[in-house]
Design a protein around this ligand. Structure first.
Ligand code: ZN
Length: 242
């Protein structure tokens, strides 16, 4: 089965629609979402409705939990807290009910799924070798997927040898003969220097992973952020992917 993996959509409807259009041009068996469907962005309810309808498995992330009131907004940075508070005010009952049922960790078809990491599924950023090893040692599945850092990356553990790097667009990996930890990158707020929406295509039979980027109408999302009077920095960062 082929699977499209998305994460960190963050209420960016036009980025999500661009990813799904690209996915639908070469259809997959399932869509998996690693969390943070809301927060930062101007269209949280639209994104929840689409992911709820299309994803076979969805996790919640720290922003989703902040919006629900299950994490104190004092734990968020200023702009993130402002956006989470705004999102709380516009969230529909349907979105709330759907988000409330999600967990920050899961398992599907022998693949371990976390929003953050195995050590801390809500908050930990897997951005160091130490963090990657910790998550690989706390899991037994050959393949582990994480989101949260908004950077597309891959980590391979062969015996005691670790190899890690960013996964720019076009990166294709064979997943045999190692344990892997992959981050698809962020759909709605990339932070790895490429502003295009990020997603990952897995082929669970051929054991391959293909990292993809797709352009979307950044200006349209920016104007929605400004119309909602969300912090300007949340609009500005989208065009640079930082
Ligand atoms: Zn996020």
């Amino acid at each position: 089965m082929r699977v499209a993996v998305v994460s960190d959509i963050h209420g960016n409807l036009h980025a999500l629609e661009a990813v799904l259009a690209a996915v639908d041009a070469d259809p997959v068996g399932e869509l998996w979402c690693l969390g943070d469907t809301v927060g930062y962005g101007p269209k949280p309810n639209e994104c929840c409705a689409i992911v709820a309808a299309r994803a076979s498995v969805s996790l919640c992330g720290n922003h989703d939990l902040g919006v629900l009131g299950r994490i104190d907004l004092a734990e968020f940075s200023g702009d993130a807290a402002v956006a989470a508070s705004w999102t709380r005010g516009v969230l529909t009952a349907e979105s709330r009910d759907w988000l409330s049922a999600l967990e920050p960790r899961g398992e599907r078809d022998g693949v371990a799924l976390f929003h953050g990491s195995a050590r801390d599924p809500v908050w930990e950023y897997v951005l160091t070798d130490e963090a990657a090893v910790a998550t690989l040692l706390l899991t037994t599945e050959p393949l582990v997927l994480v989101g949260h850092s908004h950077a597309a990356l891959n980590v391979a553990l062969r015996g005691s040898e670790l190899e890690a790097g960013l996964s720019p667009e076009g990166t294709v990996l064979g997943l045999g003969e190692a344990r892997w930890l992959l981050n698809p990158g962020s759909v709605g707020q990339p932070r790895d220097g490429d502003p295009r929406a990020a997603y990952l295509i897995l082929d669970l039979d051929a054991r391959t992973a293909s990292f993809r980027r797709v352009p979307y109408d950044v200006e349209r999302t920016q104007s929605e952020i400004r119309a909602a009077e969300l912090p300007e920095v949340l609009a500005a960062r989208l065009e640079v992917g930082q």
